[in-house]
Ligand binder design. Structure first.
Ligand code: UD1
Ligand code: UDP
Length: 421
């Protein structure tokens, strides 16, 4: 059987990598298994990795392949940026030809970006043979809902889920949302979180990052890490609207006065800072390089997007993370680092009910209050169910069952995965 894995934008890479490795592990076990009759032995899974090219800068795409150890994509669609309609349409146009040529049994999409919905939509209408067959659509990170249709990602989530045949959910709320929307329970599989698989697999490597030293944050003879906060912002509702962007930056003024804030700025955000004339909120470039050496300047340091391992290292050691990212809410929960989410809602409620996340909104005084509350260390949080590094293994087992290609795992491991499903 053949599976096509589709990635396109930054948050796809760390969600897809563990599935790529779990398929490779399955194939390695198949190759090493004794020569049984075909009906009894597990079958290999052929994999085709497709990159749509939605993100294309080295810092938004290439570096993640290196950091995560992902193979070079078999197919690169090179779509680049555009309006929602233009980008989605171009991905669809180019992806259709690839599916017709490759004829996969499964197309697997991740998360909620334009590449996700575009490729699911193409697959849902494609006809591969005279019986009208098409590949199955598998959606990893299904069922999340912010209930905010002004968010482009919410539209992508709802449409992708309703087109999908296999829906892999990361948290209980995903199951509940899908059932409420009338999706048959037998299509839904609560497998855990592949983004957390990547995090757990990369933690040791991230510890070796020199990023803390580079920013002068690990200092003195005792080598202790200095207190700092980490910031990311890229939601259009936050950074494309000057008033909202301003309100968030003003809400961080007290924090910026008390410690350095490292701000990894998405290309969208960078553009808006220049366009809206918001440079005064950040340390001037010259001062930045001095403070990189001394590590004792408070204020916001504006940075280019960081590599996965460097960013993971900075997240793990931060006193606080302030973000509007989806995935970072989950990573901070897993690492038990306090997180303030500057949005009015979250599609990942388990990070609030179980984890270390608080939803602050975008008004300055609410952000200040949330920052204070989180720095007081009241919210300890715990790691959500099945965020244990084994989500991708569960996904491959579901697919092996679905296609009756046989599990390559020893019986004891199948039993342990099944018990946790
Ligand atoms: C996309 C996703 C969003 C996700 C984010 C992760 C959609 C609808 N949105 O938003 O869910 O959280 O990625 O980072 O799919 N740009 C570059 N270099 C790049 C990529 C983009 O300069 O490599 C610039 C371009 O000017 C582009 C803008 O960033 O127009 C926005 O990129 P786009 O992919 O359209 O949306 P994101 O804001 O990145
Ligand atoms: N990330 C990174 N470098 C950065 C910012 C984010 O490696 O400078 C990683 C982060 O650790 C997480 C993912 O990118 O794994 C989240 O992607 P993003 O915030 O772009 O998208 P979202 O999750 O909001 O869709």
């Amino acid at each position: 059987m053949k599976i096509m894995i589709v990635v396109g934008a930054r948050p796809n890479f760390m969600k897809a990598a563990p599935v790529v490795f779990a398929i490779a592990d399955h194939n390695a076990r198949v190759a090493a298994s004794p020569n049984l009759p075909r009906t009894e032995s597990p079958q290999p899974i052929e994999m085709v990795l497709v990159h749509t090219g939605q993100h294309y800068d080295e810092a938004m795409s290439g570096s993640f392949f290196t950091d995560l150890g992902l193979p070079t994509p078999d197919v690169h669609l090179e779509v680049g940026s555009g309006s929602h309609a233009a980008q989605t349409a171009e991905i669809m146009r180019r992806f259709e030809a690839v599916v017709l040529e490759q004829k996969p049994d499964v197309v697997m999409v991740f998360g909620d970006v334009n590449s996700t919905v575009a490729c699911a939509l193409v697959t849902s209408k494609i006809v591969l043979d005279s019986n009208g067959n098409r590949p199955l659509i598998a959606h990893v990170e299904a069922g999340l809902r912010s209930f905010d249709r002004a968010m482009p990602e919410e539209i992508n989530r709802v449409i992708t889920d309703h087109l999908s045949d296999l829906l892999f959910v990361t948290e209980e709320s995903g199951k509940e949302n899908l059932c409420r929307e009338g999706i048959k329970p037998e299509k839904i599989h609560f497998v855990g979180n592949t983004m957390i698989d990547s995090l757990l697999a990369s933690e040791e490597k991230a510890e070796k990052s020199v990023i803390l030293d580079q920013f002068g944050l690990r200092g003195g003879s005792n080598g202790l890490v200095r207190r700092y906060a980490l910031l990311t912002l890229h939601r259009p509702s936050n950074v494309d609207d000057r008033e909202t962007f301003l309100s968030i930056l003003e809400g961080l003024d007290e924090l910026a006065g008390s410690c350095p804030i490292l701000f990894s700025a998405h290309p969208r955000t960078r553009k808006r800072i220049a366009e809206f004339g918001l440079e005064r909120f950040f340390q001037p470039e010259t001062q930045q390089s001095e403070s990189e050496q001394s590590g004792n300047e408070n204020g916001i340091r504006l940075l280019d997007p960081l590599g996965y391992l460097d960013f993971l290292c900075l997240t793990k050691h931060a006193a606080l993370v302030v973000t509007d990212s989806g995935g970072i809410q989950e990573e901070t929960t897993c690492l038990r680092v306090p997180c303030v989410t500057v949005r009015e809602n979250t599609e990942r409620p388990v990070t609030v009910t179980c984890g270390t996340n608080v939803i602050a909104g975008t008004e300055s005084q609410n952000i200040r209050r949330a920052v204070k509350e989180q720095l007081s260390g009241k919210k300890q949080g715990r790691v959500p169910e099945k965020w244990d590094g084994r989500a991708a293994g569960r996904i491959v087992e579901v697919i092996a069952r679905e296609f009756q290609i046989g599990s390559s795992l020893p019986d004891s491991q199948i039993a342990s995965l099944a018990a946790s499903q």
